[in-house]
Design a binder for this molecule. Structure first.
Ligand code: UD1
Length: 333
């Protein structure tokens, strides 16, 4: 298949591009490089022996996106492009709504114009909001979020459901990611955010690599076994493979289907720190600080639907996620 990957130079996008190329798909990447580096393409080529076609552009630029569809007969799209920093979205809500919604609407209009009817969308477990009990099931109401970033996911899911209702041949798979961490086994691709990381694993990586002094654990008094928050961490390579399974599903189905991608298991912040120390042999100094506003004590996925509809299950362990992160940190000092 000719697969267009928006945001394909980013953290999850690049790992997905590798799996697509390895599965012999023709991959066309669109990325404005606002939160990714151009050398990711060299690294993908080093891993796969093949380089994806690349267009540096904003996918809300309709004229340029139409040109991409003219040059390539696009069979399916995986849509990652979007702003994703939760805290920043609270400070810059308009930028988040404008960017994330515009790019999706433009993409859908161009897909419609060129008769492209398969879309895999990168959604998030944040759509379950604070009121649902965990494990989160796709049948629960997913209509709320704690941040403008999360609201863009809720809104885009709604747009895709309405679009699929109006176009019975269209298929959208809304993949609700839990907490993707880890890196490619080569150490060439991984999560390397600009500035000080907001998310836990890249922060641990910077502390272990000597770039930051210590980790602050946000809250040690949650109603969890060790007092720290629990999340459903999953390996980014498992997540990437989930996208290939979702593409296969979209080939023979219609409608908009929301599917969780998680392991179905909760891991606490302290458990993750200990697992990282064990596999790396490096101490990660930490202090317990105050809670971070908006954090939920614990949530993880009900992962049954992904197994049933996609035949997908996470394979990698928390140790694998830590080992691959450490390998990425060491190789990219
Ligand atoms: C958040 C978003 C999610 C988004 C994900 C990745 C929400 C509810 N969740 O998940 O939608 O997809 O980021 O961008 O908005 N922690 C520390 N110290 C740190 C950093 C984090 O203790 O320096 C803790 C947090 O309190 C949390 C856990 O580590 O308990 C995971 O945090 P993080 O990696 O930021 O992910 P989420 O907040 O779960």
């Amino acid at each position: 298949m000719n697969v267009l990957v928006t945001g394909g130079a980013g953290y999850i996008g690049s790992h997905t591009v590798v799996e697509l190329i390895n599965a012999r798909h023709q991959v066309i990447v669109v990325d404005d490089l606002s939160n990714a580096r151009i050398d990711v393409l060299d690294r993908i080529e080093e891993i796969c022996g093949r380089r994806p076609e690349f267009y540096q552009m904003d996918c809300a630029d309709k004229n340029r996106l139409q040109q991409v569809f003219i040059h390539h007969r696009i069979d399916a799209v995986i849509h990652f492009a979007g702003f994703k920093a939760v805290g920043e979205s609270v400070k810059k809500p308009l930028a988040y709504y404008r960017n994330n919604l515009d790019s999706t609407m433009t993409l859908l209009e161009v897909m419609e114009e060129f008769g492209c009817r398969k879309l895999v969308f990168s959604s998030s477990a944040t759509v379950y909001g604070p009121d649902n009990p965990h494990p989160y099931k796709e049948s629960m109401p997913a209509v709320c979020s704690a941040s403008p970033y999360g609201w863009t996911k809720v809104m885009i899911e709604r747009i895709l459901k309405d679009y699929a209702t109006a176009h019975p041949n269209f298929c959208a798979v809304l993949l609700r990611y839990f907490n993707p961490i880890g890196a490619h086994v080569s150490g060439l691709l991984g999560d390397d955010p600009n500035g000080i990381p907001n998310n836990l694993m890249p922060y641990i990586g910077r502390v272990a690599g000597g770039k930051l002094e210590r980790l602050t654990i946000f809250g040690g008094d949650y109603p969890t076994p060790d007092g720290t928050c629990q999340r459903d961490y999953l390996h980014v390579v498992d997540l990437a493979i989930g996208h290939l399974k979702a593409l296969e599903y979209a080939e023979s189905n219609h409608g908009a289907e929301a599917i969780n991608l998680g392991t179905g298991k909760g891991t606490s912040v302290l458990e993750l720190v200990y697992a990282f120390q064990k596999v790396s042999g490096i101490q990660v100094p930490y202090v317990i600080g105050p809670r971070r506003e908006g954090d939920l004590p614990a949530f993880w996925a009900d992962a049954e639907k992904a197994k049933r509809l996609l035949g997908w299950e996470a394979m990698y362990t928390v140790e694998d996620m830590c080992r691959s992160t450490w390998n990425f940190v060491r190789k990219n000092k």
